[in-house]
Design a protein around this ligand. Structure first.
Ligand code: SAH
Length: 459
């Protein structure tokens, strides 16, 4: 029912009390005032709150907490001092088990409401034993403080204002060392900070990537120039920390939000770092896609393998394969694997990774899935199992219809966005498949992002 303007029961800048009923997939609590939905950031199911209405739209409003009248049993004190301002973690004030319940509901809600599914097995969500310090990659933008002195930190929610900090509970102790060295070098040599609005200044971002299993780290400094003063001195200084094996300058002189420009120059140590995932070793360069939570990635990939239940005679098609991490794992159990990926550098890495790991039954093709898959499936012997792991926007009907025409026995869909997963599952279940099993995997604790893996079988 549409709520008429004159019937809207809340007014901007007025205070109300509200009980929070649930948390949305954007991490905001939601409750109702006289049947009218009000979204409240930093709230939890069962919170009783006093709120100030800050914005009123036609069908819903937004409020800000002014007082917690009675805190929910699922509310915890956030261990991070800036989590209510930083755009990174919007669930840190919620007990971790409750976070997992929220994510399970997000997955099931999407599959049921958007995907029209009901008869499937939900096999739960895999949480982390220690949901901190899990990220192997963090990016810190530069900004300036009141005195125009350089700072590093994270962007505030929905803005590009930098909240200064030198460490993050999702990252490693190493960050403190790196950021303090980079900032003191910038101050000592008067190196300016990049200004997004007028595209001036030099230092854009510090990007730190780690290979946890080998304890190797790479520091990439992205700059709006082709170098900076005494860059080698900074590189050597960073290498004094024994975890750091690679310091790279990334040249990004375009007016863009992209973190990295096309050109890299190694200023100290090696060009790449390596890491081991599910027993295979990977070389990682600054531009390669590599999952950010290696502990959970292994669990996610093993779920995909469990769902695929591969036999020695199986031919597998691994779409959106990145540097071939799922493909190489499948190669252990199947007859052959073909990986398809749009980024040429990733395909080069995938081929190199197969060679270095002595895998001889995996082949990689470079191109967009929607271009490659229809031709491939028309000409080649058909796969028995198709695995898809697309980016957030999901797959597309050209690719999906080529897959259903080839009629593989099983489709295993790995997704980082339950909404586009639900859309694609709807298409597949309308075209000869049934949704059999669904399992979530919490790759991003304290944020609303959730990964999941589903199994579809040919009817
Ligand atoms: N399976 C890999 C990568 C998953 S991320 C892993 O787990 O590491 C999704 C991948 O899809 C990215 O590598 C991205 O470059 C690729 N991609 C995006 N659009 C694509 C398209 N249209 N066709 C093929 N690959 C695509």
């Amino acid at each position: 029912m549409k709520v008429e303007r004159q019937m809207i029961p809340v007014e901007k800048n007025k205070e109300y009390t509200i009980k929070i009923e649930s948390v949305t997939n954007e991490g905001m609590g939601v409750g109702h005032i006289d049947g009218f939905a009000v979204f409240v950031p930093n709230s939890v199911r069962e919170d009783e709150l006093k709120i100030l209405i800050v914005k009123v739209n036609k069908g819903y409003a937004f409020g800000k907490i002014t007082e917690i009248v009675s805190g929910s049993p699922y509310r915890v004190k956030s261990p991070c001092g800036v989590s209510d301002k930083c755009g990174g973690c919007n669930l840190m004030h919620i007990d971790y088990n409750e976070q997992l319940k929220i994510k399970s509901s997000i997955i099931n809600d999407c599959l049921m409401r958007l995907g029209g599914q009901k008869d499937y097995e939900f096999a739960g969500i895999i949480g982390m034993e220690n949901p901190y310090h899990y990220r192997n990659k963090l990016i810190f933008p530069f900004g300036t403080d009141k005195n125009n002195s350089p700072v590093c930190g994270f962007f505030a929610e929905r803005s590009h204002r930098v909240i200064p900090l030198t460490s993050c509970l999702l990252g490693d102790d190493l960050h403190e060392f790196v950021l303090s060295e980079v900032l003191s070098h910038a101050k000592k040599h008067n190196i300016s900070v990049y200004n997004e609005e007028n595209h001036t200044g030099i230092l854009r971002r510090v990007f730190i990537r780690q290979g946890f299993s080998k304890d190797e780290a790479m520091v990439v400094i992205s700059v709006n120039s082709d170098g900076f003063k005494k860059e080698n001195e900074l590189g050597e200084k960073l290498l004094t920390n024994k975890k750091i094996v690679s310091v790279i300058l990334n040249i990004n002189t375009k007016k863009t939000n992209l973190v990295l420009g096309d050109k890299n120059r190694t200023i100290a140590g090696k060009d790449t770092i390596s890491d081991i995932l599910c027993g295979f070793e990977y070389e990682i360069s600054p531009h390669s896609f590599f999952q950010v939570n290696p502990i959970q990635t292994e669990k996610l990939y093993n779920t995909a393998i469990e769902f695929a239940d591969l036999k020695e005679t199986d031919r597998v098609l691994d779409l959106y394969c990145g540097i071939g991490t799922i493909s190489l794992l499948c190669s252990k159990y199947a007859k052959e694997v073909v990986g398809v990926e749009i980024v040429p550098q990733a395909i080069e890495d995938a081929k190199k990774n197969a060679l270095e790991n002595k895998v001889d039954n995996a082949k990689f093709l470079c191109g967009a899935a929607e271009d490659v898959v229809p031709k491939l499936l028309e000409n080649n012997e058909k796969p028995n199992v198709v695995i898809l792991d697309p980016p957030r926007k999901g797959s597309d009907e050209v690719t999906l219809s080529a897959i259903v025409n080839a009629q593989p026995e099983k489709i295993v869909y790995v997704s980082c966005n339950p909404a586009t997963l639900a859309r694609d599952v709807k298409y597949l279940t309308e075209n000869g498949y049934t949704l059999n099993k669904v399992k979530g995997c919490d790759m991003f604790p304290h944020t609303t992002h959730v990964e999941c893996c589903v199994l579809l079988c040919h009817i």
